[in-house]
Design a protein around this ligand. Structure first.
Ligand SMILES: *Cc1c(COP(=O)(O)O)cnc(C)c1O
Length: 401
């Protein structure tokens, strides 16, 4: 057996089969490129689902992490540390908000948003105890915890994991009338992805997000934007909500906030909302640790230059222009997305998304399928135009088929 086959067989024998990875075993990576255990190089057109917006082994981020590794890495929140205040101040400022509640993974931040909205509902809005409702959208992806999968519409994500957490109302994504109808005086929040990533990079109809903003303001309901995948530069803006001129009440951030190095997530909101907490009511041993704060601070500083948002806009325009030429030719049915982020629907007659991903892998381009017949394209924002064009050429060759 080859080194690759050995590694895959071992992984299959000793890890729960919660994923179906492509048969490539990565050993090293830099920028937009990964090298496998046999020395083959691949162009990364997935970027860890946007966790790697700044590329693999980004020099600035690695240096920030290394410097912090030598100082202090973990204190727990039992004590203050000297990167914490700066991190919270800078992140709140980047978001145009006032307060930050740091966690680690995206799902934890979504859980935190749910708890925050409920507590705000009881303490500030005056919802009767135990009655708080949160409205979410169909085809959402907010993570994998028991509460979060309780309001998923994906059968695979939910089946066999009940009983489910109550208190959620699911309405069709993009349908403002349905959302208005679902609202009651006990509604405390609307939780949405401004662009649905896992669903296949679904961009809502124009006017939807501003409509949600208006409706939630009118009804004293918090608008929570899950920007874990869409935020921090991917769409050409710091936040995907900005494309529609919308400012939510709360951002949920993760993925790229950790620079592809450590998991860092956060809920960012006003003092009126995050001010509801008292000591002991919520927490995390690793949330807001010094290493996480040091890396995230560098991420924030990089986003402040606007350079990555601009790259995402320029390369994104190019990506969508090139992908647009493929629609109706060969296997491509539709293309969606914004910035350096695209969902490409494949005619099932030309093979599944998985088969297309495997063919691309044979051509040394790594992408990931979603929902059977869609492939998602989201290279690191640091990819060069030449590399992007090379990747697109491989895509063209495979999809033309
Ligand atoms: C990835 C993702 C999550 C979950 O993040 P994890 O770090 O995997 O827990 C939540 N919401 C959205 C929109 C995501 O893309």
């Amino acid at each position: 057996m080859s080194t690759t086959e050995n590694a895959i067989a071992s992984a299959e024998a000793h890890s729960a089969h919660t994923y179906h990875p492509l048969p490539v075993v990565v050993a090293t990576a830099e920028g937009a490129w990964m090298t496998d255990v046999e020395g083959r190089r691949y162009l990364d057109m997935l970027a860890g689902y946007s966790a790697l917006n700044f590329g693999h082994a980004n020099r600035r981020l690695i240096d920030a992490a290394k410097a912090q590794l030598e100082r202090v890495t973990l204190t727990s929140r039992a004590f203050h540390h000297d990167r914490f205040a700066e991190f919270c101040t800078q992140l709140a400022d980047l978001c145009g908000m006032e307060m930050v509640l740091p966690m680690n993974t995206g799902a934890e931040a979504v859980e935190t948003a749910v708890k925050t909205a409920r507590k705000w509902g009881y303490r500030v809005k005056g919802v009767p105890d135990g009655m708080a409702k949160i409205i979410v959208a169909s085809d959402n992806f907010h993570g994998r915890t028991t509460t979060i999968i309780s309001f998923s519409t994906d059968h695979e994500a939910r089946a066999d994991f009940g009983p489910y957490t109550p208190g959620f109302e699911i309405v069709p994504y993009g349908d403002l009338t349905a959302m208005r109808a679902a609202m009651t005086e006990n509604t405390v929040a609307v939780l949405l992805e401004p662009i649905q990533g896992e669903a296949g990079v679904l961009v809502p109809p124009p006017g939807y997000l501003p409509g949600v903003r208006e409706l939630t303001r009118e009804r004293n309901v918090l608008f929570i934007a899950d920007e874990i995948q869409s935020g921090l530069g991917r769409t050409g803006k710091t936040f995907a909500c900005e494309h529609e001129g919308v400012v939510p009440d709360m951002y949920v951030l993760g993925k790229a906030l950790g620079g592809g190095i450590v998991p860092v997530s956060a809920v960012v909101s006003s003092a009126a909302v995050l001010g509801v907490y008292r000591p002991g009511e919520h927490g995390s041993t690793f949330g807001g640790n010094p290493l996480a704060c040091a890396v995230a601070l560098e991420v924030i500083a990089m986003l402040r230059t606007g350079e990555f948002q601009q790259r995402a806009t320029e390369l994104g325009d190019h990506l969508h222009q090139e992908l647009g030429l493929l629609v109706g030719v060969g296997a491509v049915q539709t293309v969606r997305g914004r910035g350096l982020w695209a969902g490409v629907d494949i005619d099932p007659g030309h093979g599944t998304g998985r088969e297309i991903s495997e063919k691309l892998m044979d051509r040394r381009v790594l992408v990931k399928d979603t929902h059977g017949s869609t492939i998602r394209i989201a290279p690191p924002l640091v990819i060069s135009k030449e590399d992007l064009d090379w990747g697109l050429e491989q895509l063209r060759e495979v999809l033309r088929g």
